[in-house]
Design a binder for this molecule. Sequence first.
Ligand SMILES: [Zn+2]
Length: 125
Amino acid sequence: MDIFLYVMLFIMGTFFGSFFTLAVYRIPLKKDITHEHSFCPNCNHKLGVLDLFPVWSYLFLKGKCRYCGQKIRIRYFLLEILSGIVFVIAYASFHIQDIFLDTEKEIAFLAFVFMYITMVIVSRN
Ligand SMILES: [Zn+2]
């Protein structure tokens, strides 16, 4: 087992989770998801680089906005961790490197991705 690879996959997953929560928040509000800088929905202050690291920023800031002190919902933190775990499990279970050589694995993997995306969308409500 390559620990470094799993740590990197986990970190990559947390960034994806962070982006998914951003998209799920902004798309219904018809806000831009790629060009608009991240901001606090309470005080509208633009977030700095140190505020944007998934999981670690939440822990470092003790779950509060650095600028106004508003509590950040724990579900964002949990979704980032969950996304990291999902990435590790997906890699470990499906052996992504040879997934497209096996139709059954491909279908199982797509079902897994679909369940994951559904989970993220449902968590908004
Ligand atoms: Zn704020």
